[in-house]
Design a protein around this ligand. Sequence first.
Ligand code: NAD
Length: 430
Amino acid sequence: MKILIMGTGYLGTTTAVAFAELGWMVSGFDPDTDKIEALRQGRLPFYEPGLEELLRKHLQSESITFYSDPRTAVQDHDVLFLCVGTPPKADGSADLQFIQAASEQIGSCMNEPKLVVVKSTVPPGTQAKIARWIANAQRAPIRFDVVSNPEFLREGTALQDSLHPDRIIIGSDDEEAADRVRRLYERMDCPIVLTTPTTAELIKYAANSFLATKISFMNELARLCDALDVSAADVARGIGLDPRIGASFLRAGIGYGGSCFPKDVNALMFTAEQYGVPLSLLRQVEQINRSQPAYFLNRMKSRLGNMRGRRIAVLGIAFKPGTDDLREAPALAIIDALLERGASVRVHDPVARLPVGLEARGAVQRESPEGALGGADAALLCTEWPVYASADWLRIKGLMREAIVFDGRNALDARRLKALGFDYHGVGVR
Ligand code: NAD
């Protein structure tokens, strides 16, 4: 089977490299010719640890190639993976325009039977729409199958997650098509769930929504911990040891961001409302998350008073460590609010670049943490990059105007910082 990955962003490029690593011949197609050119030269258009090295290895062995022409790309392959974006629309629903365009490309270009596998995150019921879009774009009827195969990789550990997944979900009404997808993953050692397309699509949204629920649960509880002067980390540990609860996703902070949780929670709520089954719990999850940066900013305001003229060093802007992805990163909303209140903002992030819009409003990116922290009235940690936890805080104290730290990810050693004389503030940290 020759595999074509349609859409070579974070998901598509990782998937392509993972399949090559599993021994398959893989190609990538993307209408963004700059992206394709960079990938052909072995350069990733985004940051993902370990991925570029493996991309180069497979380019060299010619097990990965890249196409910029959709017709030859579709015609030269028999398995086509849809990995295009499904960004949020203003009303919270998933924008399926890229899915539709890619499906129509497949329909109009195909010259022999194809197996189409949907890896993009799409609302329940989309597999049937994709089949219709392909069929309507065909010049003459040619057989094809559409199988749902959602992906659970996490940016920052994408390669590891793709090569060693917890589970593989395959949604198909056709046993033979499902079996062909299963064979692609034969070398993987994890449970495979064979189910219907709509179930597979819902599993992906349910997984992200559940994880988002854990985060918002802990963040709201951390507000109570602040009021009670109780450690949210101790509460998290105390409940997380119960295997029915589990320890992960219970660290309080400034809330979740990224290209998946915010959009997927909203898209699931939108779909549910269309079916007359509003998901009121998720409405709260989303609301808590949206207000969490403001909650932390209020804590800052109580300590610092008027922000005008105050210099704040923002450490980390990516939505999480290990990525340069800024989609829905809480740091951006926080920087925006700080600038709005007249603060002077110096930013550091090991890989992510400050958006031009915030730069134009006066925020400045520095190339080292010390560059951002020098002369600062307070440090504000927004992304838990390990470099901040391991920094020499004694030296940093000497660089700052005031030794105040706001740890928006509860990632620093609070006890040590306090011992060094810092006025330390976390989320639900005593
Ligand atoms: P992305 O924006 O990084 O990449 C999407 C790519 O699709 C872009 O390069 C774009 O040029 C390309 N594209 C647009 N139209 C196309 C077409 N007609 N044919 C081929 N390519 C086309 O997005 P992403 O983060 O890779 O996410 C893609 C999908 O994967 C989304 O549905 C997302 O929810 C899902 N997903 C993402 C992750 C993640 O961590 N990023 C994890 C799991 C699932």
